[in-house]
Design a protein around this ligand. Structure first.
Ligand SMILES: Cc1cc2nc3c(=O)[nH]c(=O)nc-3n(C[C@H](O)[C@H](O)[C@H](O)COP(=O)(O)OP(=O)(O)OC[C@H]3O[C@@H](n4cnc5c(N)ncnc54)[C@H](O)[C@@H]3O)c2cc1C
Length: 484
């Protein structure tokens, strides 16, 4: 513990955001970074409580938070970096985009504000890059066994980084022209500037990982080829099958899936548009975003920056409570009203609204028909099912609709069928706690297993698969040596 009473004496501080009028004119990161000295002081607010829920419960990676806070407070940034990297392959991603479940379960948060953990994490890794310590100490050992990773989102990258560090020859197959998955193609630059990803990918390549992009496993190369050429395979293909809204008028021009929309703009920001993804522009348009989650909020922020005339985001769920809901007591991730930075930039968010029909003229979208809904709740107050409120139908003018209602699964039917992978009830690939699928030597990680989730969970899952692959290959080698 830095200073025993610091959490009582020192207020939580955050770096804050660039002013709205400035940030909506560009796609650069909206969040500021705090200076190292202020963060060092913030780290002293850590109580070093008996049971650090941040580490043991909140963080899916099990980041050793109280200890790195102590090291930062002592100015021992290098040790803090080593400790952080021992549980998290890519703190520069989580330090920027993680919703920080660690902070939601911080014990200090029970009586005052939680420790600024996410920003401390970001400072540790960024200082490490600045001081030239990141990438040092990578393995020189090279084992003869080869591992194929399919998919280069955070789960695939974490699995690749883990097995590569353990000495396995690692090849990542990626169907998109560039690696990164949603980090590259989905999350807007105003949350994660793409130089952060490029810097990491360059490092991984320099450490021996081979990226084969523009290769779809199951189409361009067979799954059988991979199992023949590699000693183990990890599938990390994400869950990118978008949920559709098959209502009357769905075929009108002007209705797009969120990922297609975000991808076009992300690529344009880098001058990297491919033939598949041109910019879908919201300039001067009346935009309705259907879906009130993070993807919807990313669409809202993007449409505002493109110069939309008006943006309305609608969500079928009821508005969450202003304070932590009773059914999510501490240290659970709280059900509570969250206004993202995009919501503070403009637009309007309507809760408890269901879409009934898309209306158009001459094939072009003109409006959507909606209705307000009430929610039946369980005994603790969780919303269960919507019921239309009679007489509340209304029309929203719209010449662009962005569908941001989540994802239904991985797609990848051909690959799954060819491989003979078993799926669970939700349609995700079934994998056990060690991320083993039903096929010998084939592992799966990330959204492909857990459904659309979080970057931090994808990294944790990729690491888990990486270590499981190591155990599997060690056993295999041991058995071969014993038999020969
Ligand atoms: C718009 C958007 C914003 C988000 N914002 C946040 C956020 O701010 N914070 C947060 O924590 N989480 C966020 N998420 C969720 C997070 O990005 C995902 O949970 C995470 O990226 C999942 O990682 P993954 O590696 O499992 O899958 P993905 O990132 O989807 O990567 C899967 C990769 O596999 C490739 N692939 C698929 N099939 C094949 C094949 N057959 N052959 C070769 N390659 C293949 C795909 O092209 C893709 O590159 C967001 C999600 C979206 C959609």
């Amino acid at each position: 513990m830095g200073r025993p009473r610091a959490f009582l004496e020192l207020k939580r501080a955050e770096p804050g955001y660039r002013p709205v009028e400035e940030r909506v004119r560009d796609f650069h990161s909206v969040e500021r970074q705090m200076n190292y000295e202020d963060l060092r002081r913030q780290s002293s607010r850590c109580m070093d409580c008996g049971t650090p829920f941040c580490h043991a419960y909140g963080c899916p990676l099990g980041n050793v938070i109280p200890e790195f806070n102590q090291m930062v407070y002592e100015g021992n940034w290098r040790s803090a970096l080593e400790l952080l990297l021992s549980t998290n392959n890519f703190p520069e991603f989580t330090g920027r985009v993680c919703p920080a479940p660690c902070e939601a379960s911080c014990v200090a948060g029970l009586t005052t504000d939680p420790v600024t953990i996410r920003h401390i994490e970001l400072a540790i890794i960024e200082k490490g890059f600045e001081d030239g310590y990141v990438g040092a100490g990578c393995t020189g050992i090279r084992l003869p066994m080869r591992v194929a990773i399919v998919g280069s989102g955070p789960a695939g990258l974490a699995a690749a980084d883990t097995v590569n560090r353990l000495g396995y020859k690692t090849v990542v197959y990626e169907s998109a022209p560039r690696p990164g998955g949603i980090l590259k193609y989905g999350i807007p630059d105003f949350k994660l500037e793409k130089w952060v990803l490029s810097r990491r990918l360059k490092l991984m390549e320099s450490q021996g990982i081979l990226f084969e992009t523009g290769v779809t496993v199951g189409e361009d190369i067979s799954f059988k080829y991979l199992t023949k050429m590699f000693d183990a395979v990890c599938l990390a293909c994400g869950a990118r099958e978008p949920r559709d809204l098959n209502l009357t008028g769905r075929d009108l021009k002007g209705i797009h899936f969120a990922m297609d929309y975000l991808t076009g703009q992300n690529l344009a920001n880098e001058g990297d548009n491919d033939s598949q993804h041109g910019v879908i522009s919201a300039r001067d348009k009346k935009v309705v975003v259907i879906g009130g989650g993070d993807t919807g909020s990313d669409c809202l922020g993007t449409a505002l920056r493109q110069g939309a005339q008006k943006v309305i985001q609608i969500e079928i769920l009821p508005m969450p409570p202003l304070n932590r809901a009773d059914y999510t007591p501490w240290p659970l991730w709280p059900a509570v009203l969250r206004r993202t930075h995009a919501h503070k930039e403009g637009g309007e968010l309507l809760w408890g609204v269901m879409t009934k029909e898309f209306l158009g003229e001459k094939g072009m979208l003109k409006a959507i028909k909606c209705v307000e809904v009430d929610w039946k709740r369980d005994y603790e107050g969780r919303p269960l099912s919507p019921v239309e409120r009679a007489g509340t139908d209304f029309i929203l003018e719209a010449d662009m609709v962005l569908l941001a209602m989540g994802f239904t699964g991985s797609g990848n039917g051909k690959l799954i069928e060819e491989a003979g992978l078993v799926l669970d009830q939700k349609g995700s690939v079934r994998a056990d706690a060690m991320r083993r699928t039903n096929l010998d030597g084939v592992f799966a990680a990330g959204d492909m297993v857990q459904g659309q989730s979080l970057v931090v969970k994808a990294i944790a899952d990729g690491r888990r698969a990486g270590y499981a692959i190591d155990s599997y290959l060690k056993n295999k080698r041991f058995n071969c040596d014993c038999h020969s």
